[in-house]
Design a protein around this ligand. Structure first.
Ligand SMILES: NC(=O)c1ccc[n+]([C@@H]2O[C@H](COP(=O)([O-])OP(=O)(O)OC[C@H]3O[C@@H](n4cnc5c(N)ncnc54)[C@H](O)[C@@H]3O)[C@@H](O)[C@H]2O)c1
Length: 342
């Protein structure tokens, strides 16, 4: 059995707990940490947990094996670092860190302590991403992809009422790219590799966070000798409106349409002659955070058997965090100095 604690009390923690319970029965929620004792007590009561911590070192010194971190982005690095130094396995919500140097440091500590550090990017651990990858061979030569994830934030009314929600606060390392854009950067790099060229621009909010943005990646082709010399991938994201565009992977034999890039569900290919083939369907019986919870559990309990997968996950996360840094640099997204500290 692996005993894990949760950090944070947002709805995403409830979703992770559901996914873990349904998919990894020996991965057991055993403690709650919150910076606020009242919040920790309330969250613990909701989930039947009596071990409540509000001192991170005390959690680190406990017999808990692993921790799921879901506090605001700016707190991820110091929280994860403290827990890894105490020898805890850590799965951390996206966006897990701000800089490549922070990520390198966390992987170093994890390796030194013989534990796991993993970014929680749920779609990567769902079967749908593999079904889509297999379908690529039906598209002919791929030369373009367009990914979009714009959703009106539930925190917009509070912002308009004069409050300052964390998600629009640069001091929390938040904003559109860090919250939504990363869902698109991951599949772009997973499928098409590290881009040769990045062009990025954003619309900024009065809070100093980016509301929405567009990024153009120029990637090398998958087929060296094909008709196309490169693949263009456009990603657009935002938190201030909801869009309903299909995501498209475009080949010269057909176009793959994907409903959401969060979970890669409801997808089909429309071939050049207009016929359609369904590739993935929405499976509401499966909690979409179950895949990452189970993978984290396997990384911890079967280190030898999952070594290759863990190294692949480290490589991809390293490439994604470096790309996120480049996008922010190009687009002028800047956070307060303390967020970058090691
Ligand atoms: N994977 C997903 O689908 C998904 C969905 C939503 C959020 N997230 C991620 O989860 C994380 C948390 O997001 P959220 O919307 O729940 O955040 P939030 O602002 O609601 O805060 C979450 C928790 O962080 C702690 N916290 C908040 N403000 C704090 C402060 N000033 N100091 C110390 N601790 C504080 C509290 O315990 C709070 O419950 C983010 O990294 C976000 O990107 C992921």
């Amino acid at each position: 059995m692996i005993k894990f604690a949760t950090v944070g009390a947002g709805w995403i923690v409830d979703s992770f707990l559901k996914g873990a319970k349904e998919n990894a029965p020996d991965f057991v929620h055993s403690a709650v940490y919150s910076f606020s004792d009242a919040e920790g007590q309330a969250f613990g009561a909701k989930h039947g947990i009596t071990r409540i911590y509000n001192d991170l070192d005390a959690l680190g010194e406990s017999d808990i094996d692993a921790v799921y971190i879901a506090n605001p982005n700016a707190f991820h690095y110091p929280t994860a670092k403290t827990l890894l130094e105490h020898g805890k396995n850590v799965i951390c919500e996206k966006t897990s860190v701000i800089t490549s140097a922070q990520l390198k440091k966390l992987y170093e500590i994890a390796d030194e302590k013989g534990v796991i550090f993993m970014e929680a990017m749920k779609g990567l651990y769902l079967p749908e991403i593999h079904q889509l990858t297999e379908a690529f061979s039906k598209l002919g030569e791929i030369h373009m992809a367009k990914f979009d994830f714009c959703r009106y934030s539930s925190k917009m009314p509070a912002l308009k009422a004069g409050e300052f929600p964390n998600i629009f606060n640069p001091a929390m390392a938040a904003g559109g790219l860090m919250d939504m854009g990363i869902y698109l950067v991951y599949p772009a790099l997973y499928w098409f590799g590290v881009p040769n060229k990045i062009q990025a621009d954003v619309s900024m909010m009065s809070t100093g966070a980016d509301a929405c943005g567009t990024v153009l990646f120029n990637c090398a082709p998958r087929e060296e000798n094909g008709a196309f010399k490169n693949i263009q991938v456009t990603i657009s994201y935002g938190k201030t409106s909801t869009s309903k565009h299909d995501n498209l992977i475009m080949g010269d034999l057909g176009v793959l349409h994907i409903d959401t890039m969060e979970c890669f569900d409801n997808s089909y290919i429309e071939y050049v002659d207009g016929t359609r083939e369904v590739i993935t369907k929405r499976d509401t019986s499966f909690s979409n955070m179950g895949g990452e919870a189970l993978q984290f559990y396997k990384f911890i309990t079967d280190k030898e058997g999952t070594k290759e997968r863990y190294e692949q996950s480290k490589k991809l996360t390293t490439e994604v965090i470096a790309t996120m840094e480049k996008i922010r640099e190009q687009a002028g997204i800047v956070f307060p100095e303390h967020v970058y500290n090691l």
